[in-house]
Design a binder for this molecule. Structure first.
Ligand SMILES: [Zn+2]
Length: 257
């Protein structure tokens, strides 16, 4: 069983922001505990009091709000954020990060939240289909942060509940998405940091955190499937999604999923 922990960044209705982003991490059952331990180590290394209750949220850590105020200097906080993202490097076996970056104008008049959620779910489903154990594809569950700012995401999760698994044509996701408290597991804050890394790159033009996870997006046959970048204009982009699609197009195999 794989668990996809998901978080969001940006708001569909905020015209000051160009993007809406969903990000996540797909972990095999035993990875959850290993990631927890690796992130606990990063928390302990900050030397702040009570590290086990220290929460990794990108939009608190980087500006230094809440408990992160005690860490002076943005460069130190940037290092901690990158180290927390590197916690994934400690995992053995198959795991992957996922991201859907939607330039809102590119999908208009479609709801960017619905578009992104559908894309994320089907990309996770495709990943599951390739993780075969004892002749059978793995199953998966989607887990969202209870405090997700995007209420539309909560509506979509309940629509998923009403309309069952035919919604989005998911074959391997076994149940409706669950909402959990981010303090219950370090995997939710990890999904938060992945999402924040995407947000910093695409909305704020700051690639440093994205570079830490660049090679972790689900990839198969040289094509990056774990990341979708829905661009507004045909501007040059060096993200793994755009690069791998350009390579596929010039090789003439026309893969466009
Ligand atoms: Zn791109």
């Amino acid at each position: 069983m794989y668990l996809l922990y998901v978080d969001d960044a940006g708001s569909a209705g905020n015209h000051e922001e160009r993007h809406f982003v969903l990000g996540g991490v797909a972990l095999f059952e035993r990875h959850v505990e290993h990631l927890e331990r690796a992130m606990d180590k990063v928390a302990t290394n900050t030397q702040l009091a009570d590290p086990s209750s220290l929460e990794f949220h990108g939009n608190q850590l980087l500006p230094g709000s809440k408990r992160w105020r005690a860490i002076r200097g943005i460069e130190r906080r940037r290092t901690i954020l990158a180290d927390a993202l590197r916690a994934g490097n400690e995992l053995r076996g198959k795991w992957a990060v996922f991201g859907v970056v939607v330039h809102k104008a590119a999908v208009s008049p479609r709801d960017p939240v619905e578009f992104a959620f559908e894309q994320l779910c089907s990309r996770f489903d495709y990943f599951l289909g390739r993780q075969v154990r004892d002749g059978k594809a793995e199953r998966g569950l989607i887990i969202l942060d209870k405090s997700t700012l995007e209420t539309r995401l909560q509506d979509l999760a309940s629509a998923f509940r009403r309309e069952g698994h035919s919604w989005g044509k998911l074959r391997r996701v076994v149940d409706v998405p669950f909402f959990v408290d981010s303090r219950a597991t370090r995997a939710i804050p990890y999904a938060d940091l992945v999402t924040y890394a995407l947000w910093r790159k695409f909305e704020k033009d700051d690639s440093a955190f994205f570079e830490v996870i660049r090679d972790r997006f689900d990839t198969h046959g040289g094509i990056v499937h774990g990341l979708l970048h829905e661009r507004y204009a045909e501007a040059a982009c060096d993200c793994p999604y755009c690069l791998s699609r350009r390579r596929a197009a010039s090789a003439g195999d026309g893969v466009a999923s």
